[in-house]
Design a protein around this ligand. Structure first.
Ligand code: CP
Length: 320
């Protein structure tokens, strides 16, 4: 594997999950694979889980890890070509990226959608600049349109807990006070479709995701109907995608909050969320604290997904 930005980079999912289970069982078996290699983690946006789990994954493989918060202590970066740089940004990303590439062997990048331009967000301009100019393998730690390390961890978690070969998995929109990117739901949809599960997406009208990510999923506007018979409920907020509403909050309707009454409609479903989660907006206290809540095992599996991905990248580099 050269870069990791989406489900297509991981290849056969059954093979990948099997490998992830091996990594989980024996995390230190490959602790010399990354000897004298450096993982650089670049954060343009905040993080708790991704920051810690990706560092831990690199350390388990014997790598060094360096973390840079671009907005805290680094020079402010200009991203557009052709700009006369007489403002408050003293460095251009087109020098900064290759310089970062000089200091490491693998680069992880986190940068959310900016909601200034759907075209810029959905062309993944920043992530692709890292791929083009760093000269190093790039791991997406959540980009504008996808969060593949999260989705891989979600898949591993579902495979661990599922009771049937093809579980019914429901992605539900839930309210949030702020406009959030579509990266997590897009990516989750992409991975659930690739896994071949019975996959349903439910959201209020106006919150339709990019059809390229919805794929074969059933879209059900009635949340209660969607919950019937579900084995897994995956809650997430996202801002509108379609048309001129792109990046806007159209609803904060708490009738969409996941609560115990709705969970009772399911097949004793597990509750999942990528975290951080706004309690009693997205999900009620009793549901997230219930024995069916998988939010902590799901977060723990972020180390497993990251380590499996970095291990593959290091193995590829050694083989070249
Ligand atoms: N789920 C997730 O990516 O969490 P962080 O934003 O804290 O990294």
């Amino acid at each position: 594997m050269k870069h990791f930005t989406c489900v297509h980079d991981i290849g056969d999912l059954e093979v990948a999950v099997k490998e992830a289970f091996e990594v989980k069982k024996t995390p230190f078996r490959w602790d010399t694979l990354g000897k004298n290699k450096t993982m650089l983690l670049i954060f343009f946006d905040s993080s708790l889980r991704t920051r810690l789990s990706t560092q831990k994954a690199a350390l388990n493989l014997g790598m060094n890890a360096i973390v840079l918060d671009v907005n805290q202590g680094a020079w402010k970066l200009e991203t557009e070509r052709g700009v006369v740089m007489d403002g408050d940004k003293p460095e251009h990303i087109l020098e900064a990226i290759p310089v970062m590439g000089c200091y490491c062997d693998v680069i992880g990048v986190r940068s959310f959608a900016r909601f200034e331009s759907k075209d810029t967000d959905y062309r993944e301009v920043l992530l692709n600049q890292f791929i083009k100019y760093s000269g190093k393998p790039v791991v997406s730690m959540e980009a504008a349109t996808r969060h593949p390390l999260q989705s891989f961890a979600d898949l591993i978690t579902i495979e661990e807990y599922k009771k049937t070969a093809r579980p019914r998995v429901v992605l539900t929109w839930a309210p949030h006070p702020r406009a959030l990117p579509q990266a997590v739901p897009n990516s989750f949809a992409e991975w659930m479709n690739a896994a071949g599960y019975d996959f349903v997406i439910t959201h209020p009208e106006g919150y339709e995701l990019d059809p390229a990510f919805v794929g074969k999923a059933t879209v059900e506007y009635d949340q209660r109907k969607a919950f019937e018979g579900a084995d897994f409920i995956y809650a997430k907020n996202w801002a509108a995608y379609a048309g001129s509403s792109y990046g806007k909050v159209l609803s904060r309707d708490r009738a969409w909050t996941v609560d115990a009454e709705k969970m009772a409609l399911t097949n004793n479903a597990y509750f999942m969320h990528c975290l951080p989660v706004r309690r009693n907006m997205i999900v009620t206290d009793d549901v997230i604290e219930s024995p069916q809540s998988l939010v902590i095992p799901e977060a723990a599996n972020r180390v497993v997904s990251a380590q499996t991905v970095i291990k593959r990248i290091l193995s590829t580099e050694i083989a070249i």
